[in-house]
Design a protein around this ligand. Structure first.
Ligand SMILES: Nc1ncnc2c1ncn2[C@@H]1O[C@H](COP(=O)(O)OP(=O)(O)O)[C@@H](O)[C@H]1O
Ligand SMILES: [Mg+2]
Length: 280
């Protein structure tokens, strides 16, 4: 299964959520998190890891062998504390984009090849996206897209504007809120889409996913880790349900009001009294 995590605006916590999902993925599987953010990766610096292997070495190998080997992705991983496998993006945007020019394209993408293997989950951190992004083909080919936003006016205004188009990008678009702001139910009602999950603001949990503090056990107990585990279980269960595991495309179940044009779902102004950070 290939899961693309992305945002439409700002820096809401895409890398943090992608890493948390990988660390809290259910079952025995050890997923692979791949930093395909065209703006460059953050995990190398956050965890003080060497710059190779990673996305650049993967692209070089894929160029040589056409990316056909389903084990290629796993061969370019490094381990985070706790054992999560990651393909580190280069810090520089130029290098990241050059690697993506090789890796993001079509059915021979090493990410898709790896994700097509049984019991293999690939979580792609696509960063901030639009259809011009070099990571966009990865979103198109993913089995699920997690669109991450902070529930604030500025980010939600962008989501409201682009929602109809963004829902067409993926066979399973899912919307996830991170941190304090408007209550979940109000965002869902105003945008007329279900919110698949909410990750609380959790500085300690987020710091662990930036290479600070304790390891895996601390994350398991943290609010961020628990929220990520719930979201991961939801994606995992859906991906392994009989309706979707036979290759049929899942319907757009995430649209709350069937037949309603979502483009008209401009975010209603919400009163300040509702901005209490509640996680309804
Ligand atoms: N749930 C959260 N609670 C508290 N801080 C968070 C949370 N998610 C992310 N952060 C912090 O926000 C900053 C940006 O997060 P990051 O995941 O790198 O965002 P993005 O990938 O969208 O740019 C980091 O300092 C990170 O630790
Ligand atoms: Mg990021």
């Amino acid at each position: 299964m290939l899961i693309a995590v992305c945002s439409l605006k700002g820096s809401p916590g895409v890398t943090t959520l992608a890493t948390a999902l990988g660390a809290r993925w259910p079952g025995q599987e050890n997923p692979i998190v791949v930093e395909v953010d065209p703006a460059g990766g953050d995990l190398m610096a956050r965890f003080r890891l060497p710059d190779t292997p990673g996305l650049v070495s993967l692209a070089a190998a894929a160029r040589g062998r056409g990316g056909a080997d389903p084990n290629l992705l796993a061969q370019h991983t490094q381990l985070l504390p706790g054992g999560l496998r990651v393909v580190l993006g280069p810090v520089g945007a130029e290098q990241a984009r050059a690697a993506l020019a090789v890796l993001a394209s079509g059915p021979s993408s090493p990410l898709r090849r790896a994700a097509d293997q049984p019991e293999t989950t690939v979580i792609a951190d696509c960063g901030r996206v639009d259809p011009d992004s070099p990571a966009f083909p990865i979103i198109r080919s993913a089995d699920a897209m997690l669109l991450v936003a902070r529930p604030h006016d500025d980010e939600l205004a962008h989501v409201a504007l682009k929602l109809q188009a963004a829902q067409q990008w993926s066979r399973r678009p899912c919307f996830v809120l991170v941190g304090d702001g408007y209550p979940t139910a109000e965002v869902s009602q105003a945008l007329r889409i279900p919110v698949m999950g909410r990750v609380p603001g959790d500085d300690k949990g987020a710091a662990m996913l930036c290479g600070q503090g304790t390891g895996r056990r601390g994350l398991d107990k943290s609010a961020l880790g628990r929220a990520a585990a719930k979201i991961a279980l939801n994606i995992y269960a859906h991906g392994h349900s009989p309706a979707t595991s036979n290759g049929s495309r899942a319907p757009h179940l995430q649209v709350a009001v069937p037949g309603e044009p979502v483009s008209g779902a401009a975010l209603q102004p919400l009163g300040p009294q509702t901005r209490n950070g509640a996680t309804s």
